[in-house]
Write a protein that binds this ligand. Structure first.
Ligand SMILES: [Fe+2]
Length: 395
């Protein structure tokens, strides 16, 4: 049985937290639930339906950063190294470092934490330690007057990505994470009016040759099982998409309600989408977070009306949609206006739309996805977009 229950949050570490929080709340309709400001850290919790983000601000200059490390989370880590197997309570009155994430010096803004809610942090960490995994923060307890959780942080085999493990111990179930000041109590209601019902998947961008190692690591340590993306997905090769400007291998895995997708770069002519991420992000990491929407047309309309920018496929793509799918219940004109892609496979169909990058660098973005029985990840769309570009180039 898997220890993992669900994705608790996705963590972002950014140079200017306030700007990103404003961007995500104003344009992408996240609600700011709570914040935490100390001398060494600024953090915010945002929510959109079933998707939660933890935004942590990393100091900009190296001098500020070294001050942070010596006075902030460094204290926590030293303390826990000393009492390696003992649960320590974090005293909210004196603790000034990051909560629920481990600070990382990284040259660009980055989504770098997929936090899992687990059934037992102690048992999970014992298992990870025995397997030789790097524990960034040993089990500790965070509590305030409303609730209490057990927490630990483990490094992953993917670039700067780490996993915070969270076990709810007791207290008010409406409080996502104790230790923060509430900004918006009504936003704590799980059944909010958002279009988003859950995190559909998180996609990693990987350099060539890493996907099998990453699959094996998650399978061994977190009980993830391979999830075949379509009938072309081969057990040994994954789902390979190759052409000029498209060179990637897709493979997916899941545990309970968590799905991770691996997009591995395959070297070839032209710079493919994954290679572009690896270059701009300066290493492997989280390329995108997919939010499952109950009504993608209404949702994307709403986000675009708020000023969110989406990738717009070339007009020829929608001609192909018509040719491939004939008359369907989805109107190509509406899909085209909103930049929504349609993929039909043997099980059903899926609709997806991709935002432009969230950060200054061309790296992390959001995907809005609505599934109509399909369990794929849009491999057909990647192929169709490539054919569209290729046809255009061929005149
Ligand atoms: Fe995706």
């Amino acid at each position: 049985m898997s220890f993992i229950k669900r994705i608790a949050f996705v963590g972002l570490q950014v140079r200017c937290g306030e700007t990103i929080v404003q961007h995500l709340t104003n344009r992408f309709r996240f609600t700011e639930l709570s914040h935490r400001v100390t001398q060494q850290s600024c953090q915010w919790i945002l929510r959109q339906g079933g998707a939660v983000l933890l935004v942590s601000e990393m100091p900009k200059s190296s001098s500020e950063r070294s001050k942070y490390f010596s006075a902030g989370s460094g204290q926590l880590l030293t303390k826990h190294r000393k009492y390696n197997h003992v649960h320590e309570f974090i005293d909210m009155n004196t603790y000034r470092g990051f909560l629920y994430d481990h600070p990382v010096t990284y040259p660009v803004d980055s989504a770098c934490n997929v936090a899992f809610e687990v059934s037992s942090v102690d048992e999970m960490v014992a298992r990870l330690r025995a397997a030789g995994c790097e524990i960034l923060a040993p089990p500790h307890t965070v509590r305030d007057s409303t609730s209490q959780v057990s927490v630990a942080i483990v490094a992953s085999p993917v670039g700067n990505v780490r996993h915070t493990l969270v076990e709810r111990v007791d207290g008010d179930p409406a409080v996502l994470l104790p230790g923060f000041e509430r900004d918006n109590p009504s936003g704590y209601c799980v059944q909010d009016s958002s279009h988003v019902d859950s995190v559909d998947h998180v996609t990693y961008a990987l350099p060539a040759g890493q996907w099998k190692h990453v699959l094996a690591w998650y399978s061994k340590n977190f009980d993830f099982k391979r999830h075949f993306v379509n009938r072309l997905d081969d057990e040994k090769e994954g789902c390979v998409l190759q052409g000029v400007g498209v060179g990637m291998r897709l493979a997916a895995m899941n545990a309970a309600d968590c799905t991770l997708v691996l997009a591995e770069s395959i070297p070839g002519p032209g710079l493919n989408q994954v290679a572009m991420f690896l270059s701009k992000h300066q290493g492997p990491g989280i390329q995108h977070l997919a939010l499952h929407s109950r009504d993608i047309v209404e949702h994307v309309t709403c986000l675009q009306n708020s000023g969110a920018d989406f990738f717009k496929p070339p007009a020829a793509y929608y001609q192909q949609v018509l040719e491939r799918n004939g008359a369907s219940k989805f109107c190509p004109e509406i899909l085209k206006r909103l930049g929504i892609l349609l993929d039909v496979d043997e099980e059903g169909s899926l609709l997806q739309a991709f935002t432009l990058p969230i950060f200054e660098e061309d790296t992390f973005f959001l995907e809005i996805i609505q599934r109509c029985h399909s369990r794929g990840f849009g491999a057909g769309n990647i192929r169709a977009l490539w054919h569209t570009v290729q046809a255009y180039m061929d005149g």
